[in-house]
Design a protein around this ligand. Structure first.
Ligand code: AKB
Length: 311
């Protein structure tokens, strides 16, 4: 059976994805890699390689060593961190992608998963039910890199026949691995603080509506798009994907149903401007039609599950 390499396996999505892919295909089939070793239990749980996504030779060597066919490139700088370090964000987010696209072009790997984001949209995009095809003028470094990456994915597919598949993730919420450097991270922090302190100070204002998804759904979507027959994947830039959308007030209300004394206040910072440039809700009918996407978790189901696990 073909082996899988996950680049950026110690991050928020990579950790969960590694576990899921190992449960489906077998522990030794899935090589986890990251620029440094993360949680020792995770590193010891199966094959692990230290790989710098920016080093083409290192990536190629690991692929050859293990006979890898499918690569999931999860290494990236997210929106808030990228604003603080634009040059490095551009370097990491773009060149790591070129490395795997070029390895596929040279027939060294067969299939690529590359995550895009709702950050590809910008202030001129219609905010409600944002269509698959619409105005895209991202105003963040992260959004510009994801939008450019989408164009390159489509180009490598059309011109070189590269089998690259992608999803525009909304904000992702999980209980097991903390996120790092995103604008939607408040929706994870809030659960930790609700349980630890009974209160939370939110870095976005109370009206900020954003598209969000529970990690279980996001991982299933990732596995499903990669398992789908190539002919079903009609969009080779990236698919809109949706599950729920909410404001900080609404997530606080959902938490109060589980923790009645919970309180929230607001101190918006630089991330407010990023959030204000993004859609509020997403039309994902192409993903539903082309490869059968269907979400399971809404806000209340996610909240109950988050709190049960974090307790
Ligand atoms: C972020 O907030 O930067 C990410 C994203 C929406 O891609 N979670």
């Amino acid at each position: 059976m073909a082996k899988i390499l996950i680049i950026g396996a110690c991050g928020q999505i990579g950790t969960e994805l590694t576990k899921k892919l190992r449960s489906i295909y077998g522990v030794n089939q899935v090589i986890a890699s990251d620029v440094r070793k993360g949680d020792p239990d995770f590193v010891a749980s199966g094959p692990f390689e230290v790989v710098n996504a920016l080093d083409f030779n290192q990536v190629e060597e690991v692929i050859e060593k293990h006979g890898v066919e499918d690569v999931y490139l999860m290494a990236a700088l997210l929106s808030a961190t990228a604003e603080k370090n634009p040059a490095f964000a551009w370097d990491l987010n773009m060149n790591s992608l070129f490395h795997v696209l070029n390895l596929a072009k040279a027939d060294k790997i067969k299939k690529i998963f590359w995550p895009s984001s709702i950050a590809v949209f910008g202030p001129t995009t219609p905010k409600q039910n944002t269509p698959q095809y619409t105005v895209m003028e991202p105003s963040t470094v992260y959004g510009i890199s994801k939008q450019s990456g989408e164009r390159w994915c489509e180009y490598y597919h059309n011109i070189y026949g590269v089998d690259v598949r992608s999803i525009r993730y909304p904000g992702l919420i999980s209980w097991s691995t903390p996120p790092g450097g995103g604008t939607t991270d408040y929706a994870v922090d809030i659960y930790y603080k609700a349980l630890a302190d009974g209160k939370y100070t939110c870095f976005l204002n109370e009206e900020t509506r954003l598209p969000m998804m529970y990690m279980d759904d996001a991982i299933r979507a990732t596995v499903e798009i990669m398992q789908a027959p190539a002919e079903s994947i009609k969009i080779r830039s990236s698919y809109n994907l949706s599950a729920m959308d909410f404001t900080p007030v609404e997530i606080a209300e959902a938490i109060k149903k589980e923790i009645p004394d919970f309180t929230i206040d607001y101190e918006p910072d630089f991330r407010q401007k990023i959030a204000d440039s993004w859609p509020q809700s997403i039309d994902d009918s192409s993903a539903r039609q082309d490869w059968g996407w269907k979400h399971d978790f809404d806000l209340q189901a996610m909240t109950a599950d988050m709190i049960a696990h974090l307790k």
